[in-house]
Design a binder for this molecule. Sequence first.
Ligand SMILES: CC(=O)N[C@H]1[C@@H](OP(=O)(O)OP(=O)(O)OC[C@H]2O[C@@H](n3ccc(=O)[nH]c3=O)[C@H](O)[C@@H]2O)O[C@H](CO)[C@@H](O)[C@@H]1O
Ligand SMILES: C=C(OP(=O)(O)O)C(=O)O
Length: 417
Amino acid sequence: MDKLRICGNGPLNGEIRVSGAKNAALPILCTSLLTADTMRFTNVPMLRDISTTQKLLQGMGVRVMTDNVHEMEITADHLDSLVAPYDLVKTMRASILVLGPTLARFGEATVSLPGGCAIGSRPVDQHIKGLVAMGAEVVIEHGYVKAKAKRLRGAHIVMDVVTVGGTENLLMAAALADGTTILENAAREPEVTDLANCLVAMGARISGIGTNRLVIEGVDKLHGCEYSIMPDRIEAGTFLVAAAMTQGHLILRNAAPRSMEAVLDKLVEAGAVVEAGDDWISLDMKRRPKAISFRTLPYPAFPTDMQAQLMTLNCIAEGAGVVTETIFENRFMHVPELNRMGARIEVEGNTAMVHGVEKLSGATVMATDLRASASLVLAGLVAQGETIVDRIYHLDRGYEYIEKKLGAVGAHIERIS
Ligand SMILES: CC(=O)N[C@H]1[C@@H](OP(=O)(O)OP(=O)(O)OC[C@H]2O[C@@H](n3ccc(=O)[nH]c3=O)[C@H](O)[C@@H]2O)O[C@H](CO)[C@@H](O)[C@@H]1O
Ligand SMILES: C=C(OP(=O)(O)O)C(=O)O
């Protein structure tokens, strides 16, 4: 199993190109289930979750071509199977996103329930509630969601919680439903907006994009299109934290700064000089970071997917910061590992108090989820001595060539088997 070996090596300096966003690409690749035409996607990140999606779609009979890195052509002119099996769903929760589009276009879909994961129980009740409101018959049998509907019909749906995946599944289903669907309390994450923009490019009629009230007038048919996936705001944020922690200067290209305001504000509060244009961000840090306090909340507030990374910045900062996680009930799995590296973090319920220390010390560490693993890489970049990050298959789900990208700006980091 691959590991990363990291040796703290001073400031990171240079330029990094940000990859396409995992969390936008996953739902957007599933839009190909909504049309018999070919969909052409560009800026697709090369990640394990993307190859899992490819396997999932191919298993259903969809044709996927990937001649060029970062480009994909997908044609779902017919399906051989309307089932998303447990073996794939268990490795990637976002597999649930085939439910809405498959049901809407083919009248039937069977998808394994994703179940919980390291960060929380993560139910999909809101996805199901919405589809039922649109006229689907849904049963849960043998760990699978089995949904049927001759044709979904528009409905007025008030989501009980703000759910990114739930909003995305219902948006795709509503695009082909009979009549108008109104989604209230919808997620406003930039990746939901990217999906909505792709659907509009396919001929969907959606208003309220970017707000928490989406109105979708269903159409009979959608057509193929070419779509470029938005830049990954979480990958970008992770690199900016790396620059801030090492007191370096990084310029990120192909970035989407407007999708990252809450994170950029916190980095400025920590003492960084941040500048941005339409598609670039520069971060220059000339001092030891100041500890910051923050609370995770749905967009546009601070994202849970950046919580572990900013907490790691606090570990070596001046002062103390309070971090509150409100989205997932178990998203502090990085804390014991960071403490093993010399951090001083105390957790009580969903709050972590982080007292900055002068230095972390390298250790062998591992994490059970993606962003926790990223936080250990960040800690390794500033720790004294060698850090080995084990189980990096989590990182490979969401970071493209992380060791190459960080290595190119001065980090001492290598993949070892
Ligand atoms: C592939 C992808 O895009 N993943 C992101 C997506 O996950 P995902 O779409 O799974 O996260 P949700 O926004 O759905 O979850 C938010 C909260 O709602 C709860 N919930 C969700 C659905 C439901 O039917 N019932 C329910 O109670 C969840 O348990 C959680 O507490 O958004 C999360 C929150 O920004 C991010 O951390 C993930 O990186
Ligand atoms: C939690 C994440 O992803 P997923 O929803 O795919 O588990 C993430 O990207 O941080």
